[in-house]
Design a protein around this ligand. Structure first.
Ligand SMILES: [Zn+2]
Length: 164
């Protein structure tokens, strides 16, 4: 399956990634439209943006919440921070158990700060991926006020397909 808009593959993201698990467009990283619509129906929170083609999506999941991720890395020991605690040396950590997405080239002497990924997942969706039927359903849900919208509680810039 490829994205009909961009002709790129849908790439599956795992439950322990920072974003929402499931297929994403490998061109722009957008959620798959079917997944987006099911999240909207289930009450996921949408955060409006100043772009008429983009929205942020937030949901809560249990799967993968305990998995550790890297908060920061240093070549010397920066000490303990009140939020995430002590740094540990890479040679003392089993990195195969840690989500290292976005980080690479670890040295055994490096210091890393780890914390659980947690239950909140943020993602983005580009409206251009919606089919005609999905656009209609989205507008119907919006008109029925069945979409959970974060601050300011409305689309201050309406999605491009919404006609007033
Ligand atoms: Zn795409």
């Amino acid at each position: 399956m490829t994205c009909p808009v961009h002709g790129y593959e849908w790439v599956e993201r795992a439950a322990d990634s920072y974003t929402i698990a499931g297929p994403h467009c490998s061109w722009d990283g957008s959620l798959h439209p079917d997944l987006f619509m099911s999240l909207v129906r289930e009450g996921a929170t949408l955060t409006p943006t100043d772009k008429n083609y983009k929205v942020y999506v937030e949901t809560e999941v249990q799967e993968g919440a305990e998995k550790l991720r890297i908060m920061s890395r240093a070549s010397h020991n920066p000490g303990t921070s009140p939020v995430y605690g002590a740094y540990r040396q890479v040679k003392d950590v089993d990195l195969s158990d840690v989500n290292t997405a976005g980080w690479s080239d670890f040295y055994p002497e490096d210091w890393v700060q780890l914390a659980p990924i947690g239950t909140r997942r943020h993602d983005k969706f580009y409206f251009e991926h919606l089919s005609g039927d999905q656009k209609e359903e989205f507008v119907a849900l919006l008109n029925a006020k069945k979409i959970a919208l974060a601050f300011p509680g409305r689309f201050y810039r309406l999605p491009f397909f919404v006609v007033t």
